[in-house]
Design a protein around this ligand. Structure first.
Ligand code: IMP
Length: 429
C-alpha cells in the first residue's frame, strides 16, 4: 500500500485541517510530517471550531490512528494544552495518538531565541510566528537537539540543562531579557504529559502499517511556498513542506508515495513578510480579508490577500508531484464581480511563467487574465448542479492551466460545505 500526501500549495492557511478531517473516513491513519505549533489547522463541525497546532487533523474521528512523525518539532507546553482540551472533549488521545521518539522538542529558550533573532533583524524580520521553530530546527541540524525519545533517558535533565546553558549564552549575545522559570515549570509539566502518551519508532510503525494494507494520509503544514529550500528564502519556514518532507519526516521511501493532494485557496494569502507578486494592497484586498476572515489562526495577525497566482501554483505542483487538486474558499470570491488570475510574470523585462531565483530583490509584475465573477453566495450550495456558470468556468480555467483535476471544492468552513467533483481515492494501489 502507498501513502497519500495532503499539503498546501501556497503560503499556508489553505484549509488543510478541514480537508484532512473530511478525508479521514477514507483512511486508517493520519500522520503529520513536519513543522510544529507554527501551524494552526482549523476544523469546524457541529457548530464548533477547533484549532490544532501539533496534533493531526484526524483526531476527532474515533478508531483512527494519528501519528506525529519524526519531522515534527513539538513544544510540550502547547502540546499539553492541545491534549488537555481534547481529553476534556472526551477524545481518547492516549489510545489514538502516537508520537515519534525522533520528533524534536522545542524548549522555552528556543522561543526566546526566535524572538531575539527577529528583533535583531528589525525591518528585515521574517515575520515568524515566534514559536521557536527556526531555533529548534537549527539545533536539530546542528546536532544539538533534544528528541522526544530522550525524555525516557536517565540523564534527560542533564541534557536539557546543557542545551539551556548554550541558549543562555546565545541570548546574552543578543542582549535579550527573558524569564525562564515559569516557562520551564510549564515545559516540564508538558514533558510529563508526553510521557503519558505512546511513544513509537514511527518509521517502523508507518511502514508496518503500509505493509499491512492500512491506508495512511500524510498531513502537511505551512505551504509549499514557505519550503526551506524552494520558498522565497529567507522568508520561509525551517522545514521541507513539500512531498519530499513526508519521506524524511515519516521515514517513507519515495516509491511508497501514492496520491498527492494539493490544496489551494481560490485566491492567495500570506502572513508574515516576503514577496507576494499578486498582493492587493487596496480595498479589494481588504474586502477579501474581511470576507475570508483572513487572520492567522495561530497568531491572529491579518493575512495579506491577493489574486490567484498560477506560476506559483505550477511551481508547487512540480515540486510536489501533485495528482489531485482541492480548491478552497470559492465562497469568499462571491463578493467580487470580476476576478483576476495571474497567468505569467513580467520579470526583468521578460514575460515568464516560472518562479525566478531573485524574487526577493527584483520586482515581479503579474500578468493577469480577467474572468467574470459569480457574485452570488455559495455557502448554502449542496450540489454541483447548483454551481453558477462563472464558478464552473473559473474551475475549468484553472484545471486547463494546471492540467490537473480539481476533485474537491470547498464553499465554507464547515465539514458539510464540501463538494466532491471527481473521484478522490485511487484504490488500485
Ligand atoms: P516560522 O515558521 O514560525 O518561523 O515562520 C516563518 C514564516 O512562515 C512566517 O512568514 C510565518 O508567518 C510563516 N508561517 C509559519 N507557519 C505558518 C502557517 O502554518 N501558516 C501560514 N504561515 C506560516
Amino acid at each position: 500500500m502507498k501513502l497519500d500526501v495532503l499539503l498546501g500549495l501556497q503560503w499556508g492557511d489553505e484549509g488543510k485541517g478541514k480537508v484532512v478531517d473530511v478525508l479521514t473516513p477514507e483512511y486508517d491513519i493520519i500522520a503529520r510530517f513536519q513543522g510544529g505549533p507554527n501551524a494552526g489547522h482549523t476544523l469546524e463541525f457541529d457548530g464548533i471550531k477547533h484549532v490544532l497546532h501539533t496534533i493531526p487533523s484526524g483526531i476527532f474521528h474515533p478508531n483512527k490512528l494519528n501519528i506525529i512523525g519524526n519531522g515534527v518539532v513539538i513544544d510540550p507546553i502547547i502540546f499539553k494544552r492541545e491534549i488537555d482540551a481534547l481529553l476534556k472533549m472526551g477524545i481518547d488521545v492516549k489510545k489514538t495518538l502516537l508520537v515519534s521518539r525522533k520528533a524534536h522538542l522545542i524548549l522555552p529558550t528556543h522561543r526566546f531565541l526566535d524572538a531575539a533573532s527577529e528583533a535583531l533583524k528589525g525591518k528585515a524580520k521574517i515575520g515568524s510566528t515566534l514559536k521557536g521553530i527556526g531555533p529548534a530546527y537549527m539545533d536539530k541540524t546542528g546536532r544539538n537537539g533534544l528528541r522526544v525519545g530522550d525524555i525516557e533517558r536517565q540523564d534527560f535533565e542533564d541534557a536539557y540543562n546543557q542545551l539551556v546553558e548554550k541558549h543562555k549564552a546565545l541570548l546574552s549575545y543578543y542582549n535579550y531579557a527573558y524569564d525562564l522559570k515559569e516557562q520551564q515549570e510549564k515545559w516540564l509539566e508538558g514533558i510529563d504529559s508526553i510521557k503519558s502518551l505512546t511513544l513509537i519508532d514511527s518509521e517502523y510503525e508507518i511502514n508496518n502499517h503500509l505493509a499491512g494494507k492500512k491506508r495512511i494520509l500524510a498531513e502537511g503544514a505551512q505551504g509549499s511556498l514557505l519550503d526551506i529550500d524552494f520558498g522565497s528564502y529567507p522568508f520561509v519556514t525551517s522545514s521541507n513542506t513539500i512531498t519530499a518532507g513526508a519521506c524524511t519526516g515519516l521515514g517513507v521511501a519515495p516509491n511508497k508515495i501514492g496520491d498527492v493532494f494539493g490544496i489551494f485557496k481560490a485566491y492567495c494569502t500570506r502572513v508574515g513578510s516576503g514577496p507576494f507578486p499578486t498582493e492587493l494592497e487596496n480595498e479589494t484586498g481588504e474586502a477579501l480579508r474581511k470576507a475570508g476572515n483572513e487572520f492567522g489562526s495561530t497568531t491572529g495577525r491579518p493575512r495579506r490577500c491577493g489574486w490567484l497566482d498560477l506560476p506559483a501554483l505550477r511551481y508547487a505542483i512540480m515540486l510536489n508531484g501533485v495528482t489531485k487538486l482541492i480548491m478552497m474558499k470559492g465562497d469568499v470570491l462571491s463578493i467580487l464581480p470580476t476576478l483576476q488570475v495571474c497567468t505569467h510574470y513580467m520579470f526583468m523585462g521578460k514575460k515568464i511563467s516560472s518562479v525566478p531565483f531573485n524574487v526577493v530583490n527584483e520586482p515581479i509584475t503579474p500578468v493577469y487574465k480577467e474572468l467574470k465573477g459569480w457574485n452570488v453566495p455559495l455557502d448554502n450550495i449542496k450540489s454541483l448542479e447548483k454551481f453558477p456558470e462563472e464558478l464552473n468556468n473559473y474551475i475549468s480555467f484553472i484545471e486547463e492551466e494546471l492540467q490537473l483535476p480539481i476533485v474537491i471544492v470547498s464553499v465554507g468552513p464547515d465539514r458539510s460545505q464540501t463538494l466532491i467533483r471527481k473521484e478522490i481515492m485511487s484504490y488500485e494501489l
